[in-house]
Design a protein around this ligand. Structure first.
Ligand code: SF4
Ligand code: SF4
Length: 135
């Protein structure tokens, strides 16, 4: 697969933005793929956590905007606790979700959920869903 290399200044800006949002430094990733090996959701993802880290290291935001990886991420932190470089990958996934959500797009509308669905769903799932999928 050919990876398009974006404009250098745009790449640096995007990398800094993800670093700021996540509180992590993506450049220290050494592409060992431990995160992918630990991830319970990897098979459901368009790109593995390791590949996403690679895209983030190059600031390939256009590539990252159309993939499901960070939406499929369950924020379980299994990757984060095993990363040999100490990167909290779950925070990077959250930063990517924030990048999309800050465009004011809601992927679920709380006001349109039925009372029955709200009553049946575990509260922790509701809160996690709202945090992940609303702007
Ligand atoms: S486990 Fe850490 S160092 Fe290894 S690929 Fe994943 S983020 Fe990079
Ligand atoms: S936090 Fe997300 S990316 Fe990391 S192991 Fe869990 S589901 Fe996979």
């Amino acid at each position: 697969m050919t990876i398009p290399i974006s404009d250098h200044s745009l790449s640096l800006k995007s990398i800094e933005e993800i670093n700021t949002l996540s509180g992590e430094s993506v450049k220290v990733c050494m592409q060992c793929a431990t995160c992918t090996g630990m991830c319970p959701m990897a098979e459901e993802m368009d790109f593995s956590p390791r590949k996403v880290m690679h895209f983030v290291q190059f600031g390939l935001m256009e590539k990252l905007m159309d993939i499901n990886t960070y939406w499929k991420c369950a924020s379980c932190h299994a990757c984060s606790v095993q990363c040999p470089r100490g990167i909290d990958i779950a925070k990077v996934m959250e930063a990517l979700r924030q990048k999309v959500l800050r465009k004011s797009k809601n992927y679920i509308e709380p006001s349109q959920m039925s009372k029955e669905a709200i009553a049946e769903m575990p509260q922790i799932a509701l809160v996690a869903g709202f945090r992940k999928f609303t702007s």
